[in-house]
Write a protein that binds this ligand. Structure first.
Ligand code: DGL
Length: 264
């Protein structure tokens, strides 16, 4: 199956478009809710948690793993890919950076850890030196979204404040570099204005995954195609199910609670 890993609930903004685009495959979603948010963790912890997650998913039989979590993609993916060169683990940064270089000036918003890592900026620069990147950490947005307070005026005024510096650079495009932000996409669009193209990681990853599987038939043929979906969380399964059903309009079976055993 395809394993989708996130720090918690937010990875559904990736899983949902991926399932809509490629419904035939089996998917196993793992949310490390018990240790979320990752966005305030240091690199060492993010690498450790991510490594535990991939080992867990490999033990469950994942042929391909996608890091839906921007923070894990930014801070841990390279480490995992270098340590396990024979395994297939993809993240959100490269596909999104490939889209971003179509613009001259791009904004990036994300968690504190993602923005501090400069990973988006570096990834974009690796592909093209022509694109200028302006970043802003928006640490208050994830808690607002998880509290379901993100449509309140307080959240909107915080978002406006966060976006002020990026707007002042007249960017042509804005990367929503955090799993949760698509839940406020309409607000981002309204504040940034019609001329700014909002880059939504989940939709981009879904599109690129189609190409990736075409280019790698040896992986594609290994992935079971029974349209099975399973959800695992290290946190509270009931809270997980409620959040997903409320915010993503998906009916899911009760997630299983799991613990990610440390790697040696
Ligand atoms: N999943 C994280 C990301 O995309 C956001 C939530 C967290 O900080 O754990 O960066």
């Amino acid at each position: 199956m395809i394993g989708i890993f996130d720090s918690g609930y937010g990875g559904l903004t990736v899983l949902k478009p991926v399932i809509q685009t490629l419904p035939q495959y089996d998917y196993l979603y793992l949310g490390d809710n018990a240790r979320a948010p990752y966005g305030i963790q240091n690199q060492e912890n993010i690498e450790k948690f991510s490594e535990e997650a991939v080992n867990f998913l490999w033990n469950r039989g994942a042929e391909l793993i996608i890091f839906a979590c921007n923070t894990a993609s930014a801070l841990a993916l390279r480490h995992i890919q270098q340590k396990y060169p024979d395994k297939k683990v993809l993240g959100v940064l490269i596909p999104v950076a490939e889209e971003a270089v179509k613009f001259k000036k791009v904004g990036v918003v994300g968690t504190q850890a993602t923005i501090k890592s400069n990973a988006y900026e570096e990834q974009i620069r690796e592909i093209s030196k022509e694109t200028k990147v302006y970043s802003k950490a928006c640490p208050l947005l994830v808690p607002f979204i998880e509290e379901d307070w993100h449509h309140r005026p307080e959240a909107i005024s915080i978002l406006k404040k966060y976006l002020r510096s990026i707007k002042s650079h007249n960017v042509e495009s804005l990367i929503l570099g955090c799993t949760h932000y698509p839940l406020m996409q309409k607000d981002f669009e309204r504040i940034m204005g019609k001329k700014v193209k909002i880059l939504n990681c989940g939709q981009i990853v879904a599109k690129k995954l189609v190409d990736y599987l075409k280019r790698h038939p040896e992986i594609e043929k290994e992935i079971p195609k029974n349209s099975k979906r399973q959800f695992l969380t290290t946190g509270d399964p009931k809270a997980f199910k409620e959040f997903i059903e409320k915010h993503f309009g998906m009916k899911i079976s009760m997630p299983k609670q799991v613990s990610l055993t440390p790697t040696q």
